[in-house]
Design a protein around this ligand. Structure first.
Ligand SMILES: Cc1cc2nc3c(=O)[nH]c(=O)nc-3n(C[C@H](O)[C@H](O)[C@H](O)COP(=O)(O)OP(=O)(O)OC[C@H]3O[C@@H](n4cnc5c(N)ncnc54)[C@H](O)[C@@H]3O)c2cc1C
Length: 492
């Protein structure tokens, strides 16, 4: 009887849809062209590459893994995948917490592991970096030139997903999004061409890639404007259960108009931790000032239970975030935005904490981190000054708080409950914010949850139509919509 069932399953598999047959054919053709660079489930490389994600709940089982070595390999692979109608996914460093964004079932997973090039121009003002790098690799390398790039705040985050989604950095108040400092992209398009996108060549694509995500092609090199650096002030500050209110009060004061948020050199990576099981809170903030005189952060340094902030190099400061960015558990990001004010900080903290205590106390291993991120109007002005981007936030609308609600949990059986709770609590927050005039529509792609639609919120609603037209021009066959379906797509 069991044997008959197995035959039935084999028959089902052979009658499976075109995509699955395509993926097997696609793998075979790739394997014959790129010998030794296509990996199947029986290999260690397959096991390592398919599990190299920050959150374990996004891990899937592709039909095979392809590890290209250069842009030409990707260009040839795109033509093979197109002609065999094979679905595929591209992984930079696997930090996006959306299932299927950078992973795929029944398809080819293209990993950018080999794209680790780092070169710098003779005057040190332009760094050319590969999409397989992590930000800490770049910061540690570029330090020898007394330069810095506008990358992620956490050490292990991938270069490419971060830059394609915009990029929130400690340097944003001065230089805007991470993407604002990209001066050229090398891109493989849907018809297998390798092109450059910069302010003079393919300038429409250049604009679209600054926030447009994975909708236009596979980026194989980023050329970044570098910025001068010497010593900075920064480090971890923590508050325990009995002092956590001081952290929230300090953050509320920082977020108020005229507060620290208006000083472009000051930045915070604030995480307020909520433990629903013990009904307790604590806080861990990375505080940063791009100079020596960090008085603007004194509300934090004066009240922290532990203060590790000091004068140091940018690379050393970022290396200190690595422990806070360790992964390999079930986790998901959820995003909402609000007008920056003291009231906003308190509203987010009170609403989410109350709801988590009452609804999540009985789920195993749940922790919530409220990353209440201040994004100053100077940030949006700097982005426009650098040439503009698809996100196109209006500085005259004021500073924002971009909330990243990070939920971690233990059991797969709780996946749906967590997703529902997160959606509901964000809706509740947005309703409260609307009542008091503090709501913002903006959804930051890199912190957004599965199913969210960031593009209609860009440029006050004006960017999406332009993005769609640019996509039509550079990907007329919709390769990056249908054959590479994962992540945040523009739709039609
Ligand atoms: C611990 C942690 C800390 C974080 N800190 C920050 C932070 O400080 N600031 C911030 O803004 N964000 C931060 N993020 C969010 C982060 O920016 C996104 O998760 C981003 O996608 C990570 O880049 P990645 O290369 O690892 O992405 P991946 O998960 O590999 O890819 C994300 C998406 O981009 C696509 N993609 C990747 N590379 C390419 C390419 N070369 N060409 C075309 N498409 C590509 C993938 O297909 C996928 O859809 C953090 C995330 C985590 C988990």
């Amino acid at each position: 009887m069991r044997f008959l069932w197995q035959l039935f399953l084999v028959a089902l598999a052979t009658a499976s849809p075109a995509t699955e047959r395509g993926s097997i054919n696609g793998c075979k053709t790739l394997a014959s062209k790129f010998q030794g660079r296509v990996y199947y489930p029986d290999s260690t490389t397959y096991a390592n590459e398919t599990t190299a994600y920050w959150a374990e709940n996004v891990i899937l089982q592709p039909s095979c893994v392809f590890s290209p070595q250069n842009a030409k390999d990707i260009a040839s692979a795109i033509l093979i995948l197109k002609s065999s109608k094979t679905k595929f996914a591209v992984r930079g460093n696997g930090h996006m917490t959306v299932k299927g964004a950078a992973s795929i079932e029944n398809g080819v997973l293209i990993v950018l592991t080999k794209f680790r090039q780092m070169t710098i121009s003779s005057d040190s003002t332009v760094a050319s970096i590969g999409p397989g790098l992590r930000w800490i690799d770049v910061y540690e390398w570029i330090q020898q030139y007394n330069r810095v790039v506008v990358g992620a705040r956490y050490a292990p985050v991938g270069v490419s997903g971060f830059l394609l989604g915009g990029g929130i950095s400690f340097l944003g108040g001065q230089y805007g999004w991470g993407a604002s400092s990209v001066i050229n992209y090398e891109v493989v398009t849907g018809d297998g061409k390798i092109i450059q996108a910069n302010k003079n060549t393919n300038s429409d694509l250049f604009w679209a890639l600054k926030g447009g995500g994975s909708n236009f092609g596979i980026v194989t090199r980023f050329d970044l404007q570098t910025h001068p650096t010497s010593q900075i002030y920064g480090g971890l500050m923590t508050w325990n259960q009995s002092t956590v209110n001081s952290a929230i009060n300090a953050l509320a004061a920082f977020a108020a108009p005229g507060g620290g948020i208006d000083n472009p050199k000051a930045a915070l990576l604030p995480n307020v931790a909520i433990d629903p099981a013990t009904k307790s809170q604590s806080a861990a903030f990375f505080a940063f000032y791009n100079d020596a005189d960090a008085r603007v952060l004194s509300n934090f340094s004066d009240t922290a239970s532990l203060n590790l902030a000091k004068m140091t190099t940018y690379a050393d400061f970022i290396a200190g975030t690595a422990a806070g960015a360790a992964g390999n558990f079930r986790a998901a990001f959820h995003c909402g935005s609000f007008k920056a004010s003291s009231q906003t900080v308190k509203m987010i903290n009170d609403t989410v904490t109350r709801d988590a205590y009452s609804k999540l106390a009985n789920l195993e291993g749940v922790t919530i981190s409220l990353s209440i991120q201040p994004l100053a109007k100077s940030w949006f002005a700097a982005s426009r000054k650098a040439g503009g981007d698809a996100i196109d936030m209006d500085p005259s609308a004021g500073s924002l708080i971009v909330l990243n609600l990070v939920v971690q949990w233990k059991n797969a059986s709780d996946d749906k409950k967590i997703a529902t709770w997160s959606k509901d609590v964000l809706a509740k927050l947005s309703k409260e914010a609307k009542k008091v005039g503090l709501h913002s529509d903006f959804l930051y792609l890199n912190d957004a949850q599965e199913g969210a639609k960031p593009f209609p919120t860009y440029g006050g609603g004006k960017s999406r139509a332009k993005l769609l037209a640019i996509r039509k021009k550079y990907d007329a066959n919709g390769v990056f919509q249908s054959l590479m379906p994962g992540g945040f797509k523009l739709g039609s």
